[in-house]
Design a protein around this ligand. Structure first.
Ligand code: ADP
Ligand code: LRH
Length: 491
């Protein structure tokens, strides 16, 4: 019997069929599609109906290939949402978290709500695009949506609603809003009322593994398919990715490496104190009573944007060519702090990297190879920085780093990450989020006893590539250079 995972990242989405054969997971990607946001005027939106169309395409292909699943789950990126009106239609087009409508809003909210109060209630890091600030921006602009909306659904909730007709909020993704009270286990009414948003839009989130309805009858008729059950998995893609980390011990560090680099560890209780807040760590809700103590690192987004810009100029290179050019460029010629706010929004990464270098007294890189090398080296060094902060906060020492996600296909980045942290990197699986999504469905069905058993089977099913640290001295010196730089750039 097969099951189906839809995993939607900020860059692309895929439909992956999973089967179990001799206690090994066998996956088959039946559909892959780009996730291209659309800019209208100054506003950046997700193309949500196109994404739903691609979800339907996945089902059509599954039917044609005689692989109709017995269960379906959807996970996606966090923080974004849609509002539903009284007739059950989606109101407006969901904003992309990189849209500018939240510019300056976090600071305004903090004028009447202290950072400490927000962090103590939610345990969530301060990112300018968190849902709390997106909703506060709607209120500040007196959006007409506010008087029409009756329900709030996050992106996977929304796509699942399109499929089933049932509106259900899911826990892992709900925590990323910075509106979920981690101590009370429900939406924080005080935070909602302080930004002027009605609590009635929000229903108590269900835990990953909960059943969440069946394919609605209109879709059954349109596609000629049965009423397949749908499961609310760990619907935040990072939560799903961490389910799939093939770690056998309880204490491990992971890096979910895709558009973002999410680096952290799994904890049983959120770590909410002054130091965690000062270092802007987060405690996102995970599957089966776990939390992710982690930090967002800007990730391969900067490279994706550089590549997009080059393509717009007519320079089309394969990933292999980009990586080769980076390898040929001189080492440690220029470094950036990838998390500088300069790199958050879409656009001209080439000139922003050069601007950053000029502002920090470095010679700006002038070829695509040098720019790419600068991005990859800086990411690897930032991984070390965050790994060490995480060790201090969680009072653990990690022997190595598990890397999952599409970014592990970049072997150079994996090797440089091992060099930077001075410990081994264990890379795999690349489709971490989709596999974690499948695993939660199998646990819900009783096929796996728990997450530990799922991780053991994942470890036995997918190869892990090991990268041992090399050129440790040179990377140690570069780390000194990097530390001086991030001190300068945060001044
Ligand atoms: P997300 O789901 O967040 O959109 P993915 O996990 O799909 O991201 O990872 C996308 C990233 O993986 C891209 O930014 C790219 O840098 C990297 N990547 C994808 N394919 C390859 C490849 N063949 N070789 C090297 N890197 C790759
Ligand atoms: C990664 C991710 C991450 C969030 C970001 C918005 O896809 O879900 O965990 O912080 O998108």
């Amino acid at each position: 019997m097969s099951i189906l995972a839809y995993d939607l990242g900020a860059g692309s989405g895929r439909a992956i069929i999973g089967r179990l054969t001799d206690n090994r997971i066998v996956t088959q990607e039946i559909h892959r599609f780009t996730n291209q946001p659309v800019k209208v005027g100054d506003r950046l939106h997700w193309d949500i109906l196109r994404l739903y169309h691609e979800i339907q395409q996945g089902l059509i292909i599954a039917k044609q290939e005689h692989m109709l699943p017995e269960s379906i789950g959807i996970d996606s990126w966090a923080v974004d949402y849609g509002l539903i009106g009284r007739h059950g239609e989606l109101l407006g087009n969901p904003y992309h978290y990189r849209d500018w409508h939240t510019h300056g809003v976090m600071e305004k909210v903090q004028d009447h709500l202290s950072k400490r109060a927000i962090f103590e209630a939610t345990g969530i890091q301060f990112l300018s695009f968190n849902t709390i600030y997106q909703l506060a921006a709607l209120r500040q602009s007196d959006s007409p949506l506010l008087s029409e909306a009756e329900r709030f659904l996050m992106i996977p909730d929304l796509l699942r609603y399109f499929m089933t007709g049932e509106m259900i909020n899911e826990f892992t993704n709900a925590t990323t809003t910075q509106l979920f009270n981690v101590r009370q286990g429900d939406w924080d009414r005080k935070l909602l009322s302080s930004i002027g948003i009605p609590a009635s839009w929000f229903h108590k989130p269900v835990q990953p593994g909960s059943s969440a309805g069946r394919i609605r009858s209109s879709l059954m008729v349109d596609l000629g398919i049965p009423a397949i059950p749908v499961t609310a998995v760990a619907e935040h893609d990072t939560a799903s990715a961490v389910v799939a980390v093939p770690a056998l011990s309880g204490s491990f560090a992971y890096l979910s490496c895709g558009t973002w680099s999410l680096m952290g560890t799994e904890v049983k209780q959120p770590i909410i104190h002054e130091q965690a807040m000062k270092w802007n760590f987060t405690n996102e809700g995970g599957a089966y009573g776990t939390y992710r103590l982690l930090k967002n690192i800007m990730g391969l987004w900067i490279f994706q944007e550089l590549k997009r810009e080059a393509e717009r100029e007519g320079h089309h290179y394969s990933f292999e060519q980009w990586i080769h050019h980076a390898q040929q460029a001189p080492a440690f010629a220029a470094l950036i702090d990838p998390d500088d706010v300069l790199f958050l929004h879409a656009g001209d990464m080439c000139s922003r990297i050069r601007q950053y270098c000029r502002q920090t007294g470095q010679q700006p890189p002038d070829t695509y190879g040098a720019l790419t090398r600068c991005i990859f080296e800086s990411l690897a060094l930032k991984y070390r920085y965050v790994l060490e902060l995480n060790e201090q906060l969680s009072d653990q020492t990690f022997e190595g780093l598990h890397m999952v996600g599409g970014g592990i296909q970049n072997k150079l980045l994996c090797q440089w990450s091992a060099n930077a942290i001075g410990r081994p990197v264990w890379a795999g699986p690349a489709e971490g989020s989709a596999i974690g999504n499948l695993a939660v469905q199998w646990i819900a069905q009783g096929t796996f006893k728990d997450m530990q058993e799922a991780r053991t089977v994942i470890r036995d099913s997918f190869p892990i590539e090991i990268y041992e640290p090399e050129q440790v001295q040179a990377w140690e010196e570069a780390y000194g250079q990097f530390l001086r730089l991030i001190t300068v750039s945060t001044q």
